[in-house]
Design a protein around this ligand. Structure first.
Ligand SMILES: [Zn+2]
Length: 352
């Protein structure tokens, strides 16, 4: 495929004014300065459209969409103790969801081999009818639902490596077997959900995979869960699309959490997921979530994009988890062993 990887953004992200707040407008220019300095790593920049009403309403009830629109039209205010709406927030949120939807369209139509949707507000804490945790609409959920509804996909996998549990995405797809949601998150930490025992419900049982990790967890813990849990699960589930809820607040320098992942760790996780997707013959794309140390965020996004967009990777030669990502896979950690033992109830033989 000769098309270039795509970086989706929109100026409205800068008009979501949160005041003195870790989730601040400066995050986006910090990322873009780093990418600019690195020649955009081969990514083509594209301006995101606003999400269609149809795509939004497939996840969020109309009253929720109207609540955000009305709050912004009135000049904004606090939704909860952490979550701000400003006059520009509704437009920003429409484009944040629209960027993720457009990423899915481009990946599934084959016009981009991979891509990254870089907007604010982030999305993974937003439930269908509840904005929370800096999030107004659940961008990645809207995009995954669009992949199912508009493109007819039967299996979409979301890997959420943001340091916080993606409670909104978990909730939205709790009963949905067509969307497998896997989250690695620090516990205890906001929002307090995401216990290992939360495995989905109804027909979605086994399609929600929560992998809480202790404060202080670093590259080896995260990478072991990606290589030894997420990747084997991807091979069993056989998704037609892989999306990453890519927060970078598990970074060692992040002020909001206590994990110790580095740029190299994010690159390694991205490499393992890229190789898994290549092995399955499916596209993979990322949607920005958290990440609040500007330098760590910018460098980690760049490290991730460099790996995702690595057209030189020899996908055909991929032979195992982590192959081609530049470092040997770590051994199966205790966390990964426990997770595999639990998953065996739903995916027999996965622990073998
Ligand atoms: Zn986060």
């Amino acid at each position: 495929m000769s098309s270039a990887p795509v970086y989706l953004a929109h100026p409205s992200s800068l008009e979501h004014d949160t005041g003195p707040h870790p989730e601040r407008a400066e995050r986006i220019p910090a990322i873009e300065r780093e990418l600019e300095a690195r020649g955009w790593l081969g990514f083509t920049r594209v301006e995101s459209p606003a999400a269609s009403r149809e795509a939004l309403l497939a996840v969020h009830p109309e009253r929720h969409v109207e609540m955000i629109a009305t709050a912004a039209a009135r000049g904004g205010g606090m939704i909860d103790a952490d979550t701000v709406v400003s006059a520009g927030s509704y437009t920003a949120a429409l484009h944040a969801a629209g960027g993720a939807v457009s990423l899915v369209d481009r990946l599934l139509e084959g016009s981009a081999p991979t891509g990254f949707s870089a907007h604010r507000p982030p999305g993974h804490h937003a439930e269908a009818a509840r904005a929370m945790g800096f999030c107004l609409f659940n961008n990645i959920a809207v995009a995954a639902r669009h992949a199912v509804d508009a493109h007819g996909l039967e299996r979409v996998m979301i890997v959420d490596w943001d340091v916080h549990h993606g409670n909104g995405t978990d909730d939205i797809f709790h009963e949905e077997p067509r969307v497998l949601f896997l989250s690695i998150h620090q516990s205890p930490l906001y929002p307090g959900t995401g216990a290992a025992a939360d495995v989905g419900s109804g027909p979605g049982r086994g399609y929600t995979v929560n992998l809480p990790v202790a404060p202080g967890s670093g590259n080896d813990v995260y990478r072991s869960l990606i290589d030894h849990v997420a990747v084997p699960l991807a091979h069993r589930f056989a998704p037609q699309l892989l999306l990453i809820s890519a927060g970078f607040d598990a970074h060692a320098h992040d002020p909001l959490a206590d994990c110790l992942v580095t740029e190299e760790g994010f690159a390694a996780m991205a490499g393992s997921l890229r190789d898994a997707a290549a092995g399955l013959g499916i596209p993979v794309g990322g949607v920005l979530e958290g990440g609040y140390d500007l330098r760590a965020l910018a460098r980690s996004v760049a490290a991730t994009l460099e790996v995702l967009g690595d057209a030189g990777a020899d996908f055909a030669a991929v032979s195992g988890p982590g192959a081609g990502s530049g470092a040997a896979a770590p051994p199966v950690s205790a966390d990964a062993q426990r997770a595999l033992a639990r998953l065996d109830a739903f995916w027999p033989g996965i622990a073998a």
